[in-house]
Design a protein around this ligand. Structure first.
Ligand code: ADP
Ligand code: MG
Length: 218
């Protein structure tokens, strides 16, 4: 058994992508990393470099790649465009996805993300920032072990983006999922992440965030 892979610890994910192609075009070369629970990794890189593709692979949405991904069961995904049910209220968008969640808890979650008074509004009646808050509430309502977010603060005005970033930071600190999020903003990566995965160089480089006192690669 000496050479066997170590078992995956609770709440941890292990990603080993060797190649991802669309037709004849390789969009991702070798990229491997692990994320422990409570740790946040940011994927940083310019448009079109393969950030969303990597996220879909990690989430298990795209299974057409060479390599292997091991992930915990309880996962939440926050897509770049909030994927809300437009004909359901904000509250129903939470309780339909989480039928086990008591209504009082769902309302508390809406309050937590600052949209308690929008509980009976439909997503089309909400601003993009409010929709993003709802998507965040929905993600955390399931107490995910793995949280995946694709550019969750893009297209918001700077003040709203900053508030959302702080809110997300707090929610992650409380729930401590393994978090993987994509951004093209270095400031976001440095603020939220314990480590930063830069796509664009070959092979992809996993760097410690400047604030990481351990400074270790894995
Ligand atoms: P990013 O999120 O970093 O902007 P993407 O992961 O969306 O980049 O895309 C990486 C590359 O793969 C781009 O060149 C894009 O055009 C291409 N691509 C993405 N999805 C598909 C697809 N379904 N079919 C073909 N090419 C795709
Ligand atoms: Mg993208």
């Amino acid at each position: 058994m000496g050479a066997a892979r170590a078992a995956l610890a609770d709440g941890m994910i292990r990603v080993d992508v060797r190649s991802k192609r669309f037709g004849d075009t390789e969009v991702l070369g070798p990229v491997a990393f692990e994320i422990a629970d409570g740790e946040t990794v940011a994927i940083l890189g310019p448009s079109g470099i393969g950030k969303s593709t990597l996220l879909r692979i990690v989430a298990g949405i795209d299974t057409d790649f060479e390599g292997r991904v091991e992930r915990p069961e309880r996962m939440a995904i926050v897509f770049q465009e909030p994927t809300l049910l437009p004909w359901r209220t904000a509250l129903a968008n939470l309780t339909l996805i989480h039928p086990e969640l008591p209504e009082a808890d769902a309302r508390r979650m809406l309050d937590r993300v600052g949209i308690a008074e929008r509980a009976d509004a439909f997503p089309t009646q909400m601003s993009l920032g409010q929709q993003r808050r709802l998507a965040l509430a929905r993600a955390f309502a399931g107490q995910p072990e793995l949280l995946i977010m694709d550019e969750p603060f893009v297209s918001l005005d700077p003040a709203t983006a900053d508030t959302m970033l702080g809110l997300t930071e707090d929610l992650i600190a409380e729930a401590r999922p393994a978090t993987l999020f994509v951004t093209h903003a270095r400031s976001e990566a440095e603020r939220l992440a314990t480590r930063v995965l830069e796509l664009g160089g070959r092979p992809a480089r996993l760097l410690p965030a400047p604030s990481d006192p351990k400074g270790g690669l894995s």
